[in-house]
Design a protein around this ligand. Structure first.
Ligand SMILES: *Cc1c(COP(=O)(O)O)cnc(C)c1O
Length: 358
């Protein structure tokens, strides 16, 4: 069954690492999964996934959710009260790419911090938290309650946080009495790039969200990990948000298979991302910041052609990409993309760019 983009057939789908299809082995694990009603706590496959994820992340407990979006929004909801201030990077997924979730679901006030490739400093966190003074009426200000960081940073092109800066930011937030949340949808990729275990990146954070449906290639699912009392509270909000999903073990088994078998292959995606970046940068009309390609995401400018037109031309040749704006684009290799696909895609880019006068 061919994949499609906007109803048109696609041979090489580079829009996102979420488009990968489950492997035969993954489907076998899902078909064989022992299941039960997870809302009653009866699903052994879900429990196994939650326990293993908590272990990998160095946390007490974890809760399985249908999506990373739900996992992030549960994390914000269970660590804030309506009106509270949340500090997040200004392009953070949990803040700006989740349909207004922090406002709609938690009633949170979000301050977007400026950053260098998704990375901000402890000094910025300190500056964003108000210093109380007896001459200023305290009651006027929202209570700063939660700091959120994203590693790797999607909007910044899969950028990896330096561990010392990440820990400094988390420790500073905790020192100021804030809770801390790490959006680690692609935390696996940070580990694959640096060799630093996921649990080290997670250390200073109360909650960590991870996705199985991105580079790991599972059809769906995320986990939110943290201390047991906070995860008990998270289960209440998962139910409130409609995320109690019964025999979820069918998909949890696919996620567990992905966690155990697909982390080790992520460096392949990183290598293909670098090859794509290098090949694209050689084409007239495309500009790639090669040093910025640290993991599996390649974001680049298209000064030679409108990115939407370029994407149309590529789709005519069976290659799907994600135009981000009229002059910017994203491609992401994943489980379903081979070296041959990468070379074919580069050929299609060259054809489309040369077919149109500059
Ligand atoms: C994709 C993504 C999410 C959300 O995950 P979904 O499963 O698509 O809801 C959260 N954070 C980051 C950084 C992401 O890239």
């Amino acid at each position: 069954m061919p994949q499609t983009a906007a109803g048109r057939p696609v041979r090489i789908d580079l829009r996102s690492d979420t488009v990968s299809l489950p492997t035969r082995e993954m489907r076998a694990a899902m078909a064989a999964a022992e299941v039960g009603d997870d809302v009653y706590g009866d699903d052994p496959s879900v429990r196994r996934l939650e326990e293993r994820t908590a272990e990998v992340l160095g946390k007490d407990a974890a809760v399985f959710t249908p999506t990373g979006t739900m996992s992030n929004q549960i994390a914000i909801r269970c660590q804030t009260e309506p009106g509270d201030l949340v500090l997040a990077e200004r392009r953070a997924h949990a803040y700006l790419v989740e349909s207004g979730g922090p406002a709609a679901l938690s009633g949170a006030t979000v301050v977007g911090l400026e950053s260098e490739r998704g990375v901000f400093s402890a000094g910025q966190v300190r500056a964003a938290v108000r210093t109380p003074h007896p001459m200023v009426p305290d009651a006027c200000y929202p209570v700063a309650r939660l700091l959120a960081a994203e590693n790797t940073h999607n909007g910044a092109g899969g950028a990896v946080w330096p561990l010392d800066v990440l820990q400094d930011v988390a420790d500073t937030a905790r020192g100021l009495g804030l809770g801390t949340h790490l959006d680690g949808a692609r935390l696996w990729h940070a580990t694959a790039a640096t060799g630093i275990p996921e649990s080290r990146y997670a250390e200073g954070f109360d909650t960590v969200s991870v996705c199985f449906s991105k580079g790991l290639g599972a059809p769906m699912g995320s986990c939110l990990a943290g201390p047991a009392p906070l995860i008990r509270r998270a289960r209440r909000f998962r139910q409130l948000f409609g995320g109690g999903f019964r025999q979820a073990g069918i998909v949890a088994a696919g996620a567990l298979h992905a966690l155990e078998h697909h982390r080790e292959r992520l460096p392949e995606d990183h290598r293909r991302a670098r090859r794509l970046a290098g090949g694209l940068d050689e084409l007239p009309g495309i500009a790639v910041d090669l040093d910025g390609v640290e993991t599996n995401i390649v974001r680049f400018r298209t000064p030679g052609m409108n990115a939407f037109r370029l994407a149309e031309g590529l789709l005519d040749r069976g290659v799907a990409v994600l135009p981000a704006s009229p002059d910017a684009m994203r491609v992401i290799p994943h489980l379903g993309i081979s070296d041959e696909h990468v070379e074919e895609a580069l050929g299609a880019f060259a054809e489309v760019l040369s077919a149109v006068p500059a």
